[in-house]
Write a protein that binds this ligand. Structure first.
Ligand code: SF4
Ligand code: SF4
Length: 402
């Protein structure tokens, strides 16, 4: 059936497709053009005869940041040679390697923007052929463009370009910089703002389409061979309480309110993005990766819903997203088709009009199942036939049908 879809697109949509692909390639091309040379810090460039003050600037962290990596108190004397602080060469090499693994390639920001741009055009303009007939809805929103973007996110933004930057790290680094672990709070705030903006222009599009670990979970959940596996929709209230609670606990530890070790970040031990550089410097990281990838076969995006701090932040941000799934309550008959198609509780919460419902990852599964043409993806302020302010009562619907 998928081969019918391109033929159904209007000439204008074909132009949109070409323009969006060209724009995405251009954005990626600019990223390659403007990518600065990666700093090369050979591990043996640093010795334990050097002080924190000498080494930290070369690693682009503050003295406190390096002290934390070396498991020293943040107020450790920064001018003393490291061997006098009891640090071995092996510990120093390990800390330097770990800090350098967080090197943020600028190219990835461009690629994230390119994927999100294409996703936005696909969802709002391309997925549903112009003047489409509802009886042909099965061919709408074919999966191939989505799967292609997910593969690009995992392979290029993940395994090829490494773990940094990513939305989870972008969130955590803002808070780490406020306790002095990075030189500039403003830089980290700008990086987080970039991800939040991408989550707002299209409902969590950065998570749904471009985040490497999100994409990996999405691909595992979508594997056709696993479709017979039982799928679980876990209570959103429960998982969001865990995700929000963890975020609070992270802040309490980071600011030293609990544990008395300022600068301690619990997410460090739960960071699945280390998979993309195959760096499992703590056994808990490996356990996190394995457990959540296995869970992803049966539960939709378990890491995003249960753990990820950016998942939590973008869940709040999506309440003001500019484009999203919209339901025409005048047409909706509560048949439940979209709710069944949705892998999470999101469609159910959207249909019932819940303000703080489950995160929607803009996966498009619900957009080609409604027999009453009551569900669309569109701009929040646009007046489409899919928008009525109030849910009609059953009697109103009946009288409208007479
Ligand atoms: S919520 Fe999921 S998709 Fe979004 S940043 Fe976190 S891991 Fe990635
Ligand atoms: S199926 Fe669910 S998660 Fe996917 S777009 Fe629809 S409401 Fe959002």
């Amino acid at each position: 059936m998928a081969y019918i879809y391109p033929a159904k697109l209007s000439p204008r949509q074909k132009m949109w497709f070409i323009a969006s692909v060209v724009a995405a390639l251009l954005i990626g091309g600019f990223g390659i053009l403007f990518e600065p040379d990666r700093p090369s810090h050979a591990g043996n460039q640093f010795t334990v005869n050097m002080s924190i003050q000498q080494i930290a600037p070369k690693l682009d962290v503050t003295g406190k940041g390096l002290a934390r990596e070396l498991a020293l108190p943040l107020d450790t004397p920064k001018k003393k040679p490291l061997n006098e602080l009891g640090i071995s060469q092996e510990q120093l090499d390990h800390a330097a390697t770990h800090i350098l693994s967080h090197y943020s390639t600028g190219l990835k920001y461009y690629l994230f923007a390119a994927i999100v741009l294409f996703g936005l055009v696909y969802l709002t303009r391309l997925g549903r052929p112009d003047n489409a007939n509802i009886s042909e809805r099965e061919i709408w929103y074919p999966r191939i463009p989505y799967i292609t973007c997910l593969l690009a996110a995992v392979i290029v933004c993940g395994f090829v370009l490494g773990k940094s930057p990513n939305p989870m790290e972008g969130t955590v680094k803002v808070f780490k910089s406020t306790v002095g672990l990075y030189p500039s709070v403003t830089d980290k705030l700008l990086a987080l703002a970039f991800f939040v903006i991408l989550a707002i222009i299209g409902n969590k599009l950065i998570c749904g389409w471009a985040c490497p670990f999100g994409a990996l979970q999405e691909l595992l959940y979508s594997l056709p061979i696993l479709r017979t596996i039982k799928r679980w929709k876990v209570s959103f209230r429960l998982i969001n309480t865990i995700r929000g609670g963890l975020f609070l606990v992270m802040l309490l530890f980071l600011f030293g309110i609990v544990g008395g070790r300022k600068g301690f970040v619990i997410y460090h031990y739960l960071n699945p993005f280390n998979l993309f550089i195959l760096d499992f410097d703590h056994w808990l990281i490996l356990v996190t990766v394995i457990v959540f990838l296995i869970l992803a076969f049966s539960i939709y995006r378990p890491f995003c819903y249960l753990i990820c701090p950016f998942g939590f932040i973008s869940w709040i941000a999506e309440k003001v997203s500019l484009t999203r799934v919209k339901v025409d309550h005048g047409k909706c008959t509560d048949c439940g088709a979209c709710i069944n198609a949705c892998p999470s509780q999101a469609a159910k919460d959207i249909v019932s009009g819940k303000l703080f419902g489950a995160d929607c990852f803009s996966c498009a599964r619900c957009l080609n199942v409604c027999p009453h043409d009551a569900i669309r993806y569109g701009f929040v302020f646009s007046k489409t036939s899919c928008e009525t302010p109030q849910k009609q009562s059953a009697s109103e619907k009946e009288s409208a049908l007479i």
